[in-house]
Write a protein of this length. Structure first.
Length: 275
């Protein structure tokens, strides 16, 4: 097997829209790495077997997207501290049969895009995250590390948001709530962490959340503006951005973990925007 090319992939469902193969092909060319990276649709109930099959065929690493991040966390035989805390894994290193190291690069991908690429100052800001799934779990700790004034997590199922408040309250001012409990806070940054954009839906958010200086960010991305982005634009958000930059930044961190080299992200973000 040693003479075969190293294989990597993103596992998800849906996954057909994924730009990860393009991104990692750019990274490989940029750094002179020989590898193959594909997007693989995995059916519900088949995740563990799919990982095992991939590992047997010279699979060296996987990115994990919706809806398997928490399942990947359970499957990992060892985890990084940030993955342990998040309870979600988006990066697997395959060391051998049933030997999987789990990490989570979502949070560092988001904060790098917001602070480095978007030039956003998060310290002392009021941040709202919509959603409480695996994608959101992975970004809470890095966001709190930027020392915002407050971090509110809102979810349709209120109890899931309250659970995240409980799990992360030792790291900063974090509050969980339902969609009818936003209160009177002026949010400086609103982040959509739900996968609703992938199905063309929009969470039930009041227009009063947005004021003239609100920065709105969708962790998802699509070829056109997502429903969340259209909602934000309609109600006068100062700036509206999708998750392509986050995608590239988290991919770069995964690539570093797998290949022990750091790719340049700015040119890849530009190339992705032209697709």
């Amino acid at each position: 097997m040693s003479d075969k090319i190293d294989r990597y992939a993103v596992f998800g469902n849906p996954v057909e829209h994924s730009k990860s193969p393009f991104i990692h092909a750019c990274f490989a060319e940029q750094t002179g790495q020989q590898l193959e990276y594909t997007a693989e649709r995995v059916e519900a109930g088949d995740f563990e077997n799919a990982v095992a099959r991939f590992a047997e065929n010279n699979g060296k690493g996987l990115n994990i997207t919706v809806p398997f991040k928490q399942e990947a966390w359970r499957l990992a035989t060892r985890r990084s501290e940030r993955a342990e805390r998040a309870g979600a894994v988006n990066t697997l290193v395959i060391n051998g049969k049933n030997d999987y190291y789990g990490d989570n690069t979502d949070g560092i991908g988001l904060t790098r895009d917001l602070t480095n690429n978007q030039k956003l100052q998060l310290q002392d800001k009021n941040i709202l995250i919509v959603g409480a799934g695996g994608a959101v779990r992975g970004v809470i700790e890095p966001l709190l590390a930027t020392r915002p004034a407050s971090l509110t997590i809102a979810n349709r199922t209120r109890q899931k948001a309250l659970q995240l408040e409980h799990d992360f309250s030792d790291l900063g001012n974090v509050r969980g709530c339902g969609f009818d409990e936003f209160g009177s806070i002026d949010y400086d940054v609103i982040i959509n962490g739900t996968s609703a954009s992938l199905s063309g839906e929009l969470p039930a958010l009041p227009a009063t959340l947005i004021h003239e200086n609100t920065f709105c960010y969708d962790m998802m991305y699509a070829t056109e503006a997502t429903p969340f982005m259209r909602w934000a634009q309609l109600h006068g958000a100062k700036q509206v951005v999708d998750g392509k930059g986050m995608l590239v930044e988290q991919a770069a961190e995964s690539f570093r973990i797998w290949r022990s080299c750091e790719p340049e992200t700015a040119a890849v973000i530009e190339a992705l925007a032209r697709l």
